[in-house]
Write a protein that binds this ligand. Structure first.
Ligand code: ZN
Ligand code: ZN
Length: 340
């Protein structure tokens, strides 16, 4: 018995020493770290999409140094939506589906997001134009979308002074380093009709933008180009830009030559802000968290890549804070028309 106790004591001492020795070993920084959690998010936080559109999902694997960086995507009901290896969901039929990302390390750890897919089986060709909330009507006419606007900005401006909208929408402005000079024009209701190609195509002979309306923004206010008159820079007009960077011309047509500040404040600096007459979309001055510079854009002030609204890639213009601001040497595509 005595000898047996001594053996046990010796054994436990060895185990104790071994345990101490092991605990003292430094942690190997290259040792594989198991996936603990996967957080699935969608582009810009959206969880609603329209059938025919697509939505990009991101699977964030935690902890950040987990050895496995790949996931397998799946969706709860393959008859209502499809999901690609890259996490792109394409809606086919309306319904509620759950997109799931499972770690490829065999651990079974997964994350998911429930998506609502709205009914519009073949997609609505006018869906993006319907973002122009300031339009009085939007409808299709053959290969064109017709957008009508009264061009009454929905934000405050001193240019409502003395008009029927004064009590609601007039606001004084003394910005721009006190350089602001109210021009003598006041906002008047317009009767504008924009006829824009539904399937924009590059022009073989791009034409210069005219003076006057060259496109329409989300609140129904037209975009103008970088000139105050024939080859006249905006130098002297700038002082009459109000707090939204807009002003009316002689017939009371309110317009933006620069970034529409009210729209970027409401929809984001990287948002789709409208369309030019050639049907190509106009985006704000930021992209992927960076300010877009003229150097990143071509002679027409645009470039092509996938965007939130056009996951298949599209040519698009960007507004920058440098001349030419919205459009450069002309329309990249074949322009439609505008009448008033
Ligand atoms: Zn102007
Ligand atoms: Zn871009």
């Amino acid at each position: 018995m005595h000898s047996r106790s001594a053996q046990l004591l010796l054994l436990s001492t060895v185990i104790f020493l071994f345990a101490c020795d092991k605990a003292a070993l430094p942690v190997d920084p290259d040792a594989p770290v198991a996936v603990e959690e996967i957080v699935v998010t969608s582009q810009t936080g959206l969880s609603t999409m329209t059938a025919g559109e697509s939505l990009q999902l991101t699977a964030n694997i935690l902890p950040a140094n987990a050895s496995n960086k790949t996931v397998k995507w799946s969706i709860s009901d393959p008859t209502t939506a499809l999901i690609s290896n890259a996490g792109k969901v394409t809606g086919v039929i309306a319904g509620i589906v759950t997109a799931k990302a499972t770690a490829n390390d065999g651990s079974g750890v997964s994350g998911s997001l429930t998506l609502t897919i709205n009914a519009e089986p073949n997609g609505d060709p006018l869906a993006l134009y319907k973002k122009i909330y300031g339009a009085t009507s939007i409808y299709q006419d053959g290969n064109y979308v017709i957008i009508k606007s009264e061009d009454l900005p929905d934000h405050k401006t001193p240019y409502y002074l003395g008009t029927q909208w004064e009590s609601e929408l007039y606001e004084d402005y003394n910005g721009n380093n006190n350089q602001f000079q109210l021009n003598p024009n006041r906002i008047k209701k317009q009767n504008m009709t924009f006829k824009i190609p539904l399937n924009p195509a590059p022009s073989a002979n791009p034409q210069a933008t005219p003076l006057g309306s060259i496109g329409i923004s989300l609140n129904g206010v037209p975009f103008y180009n970088q000139y105050a008159g024939p080859n006249q820079p905006l130098t002297f007009e700038v002082n009459s830009f109000d707090q939204a960077y807009g002003h009316p011309q002689m017939s009371g047509q309110y317009h933006y030559h620069w970034e529409p500040l009210y729209l970027t404040a409401n929809f984001g600096e990287d948002a789709l802000l409208g369309f030019l007459l050639d049907g190509y979309p106009v985006y704000g001055p930021m992209e992927n968290g960076q300010v877009v510079t003229n150097g990143q854009l071509d002679a027409y002030h645009g470039h092509a890549h996938a965007t939130l609204e056009f996951p298949q890639e599209t040519y698009h213009y960007h507004i920058t804070d440098q001349d030419p601001y919205i459009n450069g040497s002309g329309f990249y595509g074949v322009p439609g028309t505008v009448t008033n």
